[in-house]
Every structure is written in C-alpha cells, then in structure tokens.
Ligand binder design. Structure first.
Ligand code: SF4
Ligand code: SF4
Length: 109
C-alpha cells in the first residue's frame, strides 16, 4: 500500500474554514479539538500587506480512512470550495508540488 497524504495548495486558500468544520462534523471532535486548523500568516513589506491562509492537519487527522477505504474523498477535500486540497499518494502529490509555489504536504505514518 503506497503512503498516502494531503496536499494543500494554499495559494488559492480563501481562509473560509470549511475544511475545519467538515472535519469536525465528520469525526464529531469535541470542543477545542480539530483535525485541521487554518493558520493565518500576515506579512507587511514595503507598505504592502500579504495574507496567506495555511491550513494544516493536526495529529488528530487520520486521513479519513473510513471514507477513503470506501473510495470516498476525505471530508475536508470534498468540501473545500476553492478546490485547493488533494488526497493521493505521496508520489502523485509530490509531482503536483513541483509546479506550485505555495503548498503544504501532510504525510502521516
Ligand atoms: S476549505 Fe479550502 S479554501 Fe477553505 S480554508 Fe480550507 S483549504 Fe482553504
Ligand atoms: S483528511 Fe479527514 S481527518 Fe484529516 S483533516 Fe481532512 S477531514 Fe480531517
């Protein structure tokens, strides 16, 4: 079985938090526990403000094994309106990363 993971193309992440909510509903996480968290990175340079939203899975993420074993996408990937999350093998996701400037790859063991 190849190693699987999540790729987040945060260049297009809108910071909508839908992935957080979808994960929480799917796993019924209690208050204060999250499978993925959207981080905000604000940089001010030469009077220009840049905001990046960078979602990153937590140690509670199990890659939605109960869904993917049935051929379904992980809940966060399915519900991301910006279509900026991918589930796949690390080999596939690494290839996609080569052409993307702002990505996060999550590859749990
Ligand atoms: S659902 Fe998609 S666009 Fe919204 S915060 Fe998560 S990764 Fe970003
Ligand atoms: S893959 Fe599943 S468990 Fe992991 S962050 Fe996405 S919805 Fe949550």
């Amino acid at each position: 079985m190849p190693r699987m993971g999540l790729l987040i193309d945060y260049e297009y992440c809108t910071g909508c938090h839908t992935c957080e909510v979808a994960c929480k509903q799917e796993h019924n996480h209690p208050a204060g526990e999250w499978g993925i968290k959207v981080n905000e990175n604000i940089v001010v340079r030469s009077q220009k403000v840049t905001i990046d939203y960078i979602p990153f899975p937590t140690e509670c993420c199990d890659l939605c094994g109960h869904r993917t074993s049935q051929g379904l996408l992980p809940a966060c990937v399915k519900h991301c309106q910006a279509n900026c999350m991918m589930y796949g093998t690390i080999a596939e996701l690494s290839k996609v990363m080569e052409n993307k400037p702002k990505t996060v790859l999550f590859a749990p063991r």
